[in-house]
Design a protein around this ligand. Structure first.
Ligand SMILES: *Cc1c(COP(=O)(O)O)cnc(C)c1O
Length: 396
């Protein structure tokens, strides 16, 4: 019995209460059901559960109460009917593709997407007869021209990683629907605290829960959010059979992450804005990419579409890879790691890590230069992050 009616409450209330179902123990915090299977009263009940005559838990690849609480809470925050939790962000993307696409189908995707998503689209899906065309994120004519009669899905990440370009979701949703396609938005960088793609017309939302939803760098997980038929039945059906489901333990960690999501996102935004402002004034920095900067090419769109500019800032230094590596190696506080969305600020060289497995040509087209550095701005005192980078820039 959910004691909670979503419609009545605001975002922050839903973030701490949606999806909670108290057991007879009357626990205040959400329980962790660390069990692989569930027992039945008798053989007849087992048979009724398996053939679907009776609803209820069977096995944690099918359903788990802790995972369900996470799914309901995230669905509520994104404003979706259904959410299906997955083992990772990549398995959320894979599950969506395997559900929506068949051999012969085609995807149009923005170019600046997560490196592993590019690998999935370029190296794995073609073996199953699914081809992808890549277009510049903000060139809407290119999006339209790339659509063929075989196109089923438009895929976009906004803001993009690591260049923080912003796409107009309303416009892409209209384009997708005019051509009988689905618009899939990877909402990893903004989270529902800053952006609600379903409200803007998107059909499916992808999350890597590994990033801001956890927000504390602990677990790998993902989610797909959308309508009841496509996500609640079809994506769920794929997952139940193919298996990349979320563990109950990870779901419990993510539930706790969602409770502080909007506080954390606000602080990430404030800290990133301060850092971007400062970096822009540094003589050794050629360029700073952050949607909050007034001269960012999509600053106006980001102001309208997002409730904050996010925690990711990228910068370009003169001197290519050598200078970028020197800068990274000269930091003492920032963590050198490919992860993002953590409380601890992280620093990454995209060209040789997150975007290292795609071809040089793909990298060049995506604007991932050798001098580019990505910073996921955490929740330390901004002055400390700034001093660390100042020392590192001096070393370049
Ligand atoms: C990390 C990431 C993914 C993949 O998520 P995993 O949890 O690492 O599998 C997908 N999209 C974006 C934007 C990401 O940053």
């Amino acid at each position: 019995m959910s004691q909670f009616d979503d419609e009545e409450y605001g975002f922050n209330t839903r973030a701490v209460r949606a999806g909670q179902v108290r057991t007879n123990e009357q626990e205040q915090s959400e329980p962790l059901f660390l069990t692989s299977s569930f027992t039945f009263e008798n053989a007849a009940q087992a048979a009724a559960r398996f053939c679907g005559d009776e609803t209820g838990n069977i096995y944690s690849r099918f359903s788990n109460p802790t995972v369900r609480t996470f799914e309901q809470r995230l669905a509520s925050l994104e404003g979706g009917d259904s959410c299906v939790a997955t083992a990772s962000g990549m398995s959320a993307i894979l599950a969506t593709c395997m559900t929506v696409l068949s051999a012969g189908d085609h995807i149009v995707s923005s170019r600046g997407i997560f490196g592993t998503t590019t690998s999935l689209f370029c190296n794995i899906l073609p073996r199953f007869g699914v081809e992808t065309s890549f277009v510049p994120l903000t060139d809407y004519q290119a999006w339209e021209q790339a659509i063929t009669p075989a196109t089923r899905m438009l895929f976009v990440e906004t803001p993009s990683n690591p260049l923080t370009e912003v796409a107009d979701i309303v416009r892409l949703a209209d384009l997708a629907h005019a051509h009988d396609c689905l618009l899939v938005v990877d909402n990893c960088f903004c989270t529902p605290a800053l952006q609600l793609p379903l409200e803007l017309g998107a059909d499916v939302i992808i999350h890597s829960a590994t990033k801001y939803l956890d927000g504390q760098g602990r677990c790998v997980g993902g989610a797909v959010i959308g309508d009841r038929r496509l996500v609640g039945e079809e994506v769920y059906g794929f997952l139940r059979t193919a298996g990349p489901t979320m563990s109950a333990f990870n779901a419990w960690v993510f539930i706790k992450g969602l409770e502080t999501l909007s506080l954390r996102m606000r602080a990430h935004c404030d800290n990133a804005m301060a850092l971007a402002d400062w970096l822009q004034t540094h003589p050794k920095v050629l360029k700073v990419n952050y949607p909050g900067l007034p001269d960012h090419p999509q600053h106006t769109l980001a102001s309208r579409q997002q409730r904050g500019f996010g925690g990711i800032v990228s910068l370009e230094v003169d001197g290519g890879r050598a200078a970028a590596w020197r800068l990274i190696d000269s930091t003492r506080l920032l963590s050198i790691t490919a992860n993002l969305g953590d409380l601890k600020s992280t620093i990454t060289h995209p060209a040789t890590t997150t975007h290292g497995r795609i071809t040089e040509e793909q990298r060049a087209l995506s604007g991932i230069t050798e001098g580019l550095i990505r910073i996921s701005v955490g929740l330390e005192d901004t002055v400390d992050v700034q001093s660390d980078l100042e020392r590192a820039l001096d070393a370049v």
